[in-house]
Design a protein around this ligand. Structure first.
Ligand code: ZN
Length: 133
């Protein structure tokens, strides 16, 4: 099941005609998945995989659905589970994960609904409640 499919139209890379695509992000088995499907007179292309959405998919989902803000119920927590959750979901480097964790402890971390939901699940299972705005 895909929540958050966003429709878009662009010139087909194969035939030059207008093709319609659906970009979607979903959470399956505790992992992010992304799907990009194009339907054109010349055929159908589907790009689907596990992991964070590439820029185009993420942008399409955000353009259509906006972002959600995830905040920690206890911003003072020093728990290593915070950066670990970002590493688990997005495969970030230590530095990137620390930056994302700092945002979460501060103004909040902004992401798509599936991203925010998955992060919230991981943090909750580590005993760190969050709120989504
Ligand atoms: Zn085409």
């Amino acid at each position: 099941m895909h929540d958050r499919a966003a429709e878009q139209t662009e010139p087909c890379t194969a035939c030059g005609g207008a093709r319609t695509g659906w970009a979607a992000q979903s959470v399956e088995d505790g992992r992010l998945h992304r799907t990009l499907e194009w339907l054109c007179a010349c055929g159908q292309v589907c790009d689907r995989g596990r992991g964070p959405a590439p820029g185009g998919v993420r942008e399409a989902v955000i353009a259509r659905h906006g972002t959600h803000l995830l905040v920690l119920a206890d911003p003072q927590t020093r728990s290593g589970a915070v950066p670990k959750a970002f590493r688990d979901v997005f495969g970030l480097s230590l530095v990137e994960a620390a930056r994302a964790a700092a945002a979460l402890r501060g103004p909040g971390w902004e992401g798509t609904h599936p991203e925010v939901r998955l992060l919230a699940e991981l943090l909750a299972s580590a005993g760190l409640p969050t709120a989504v705005h």
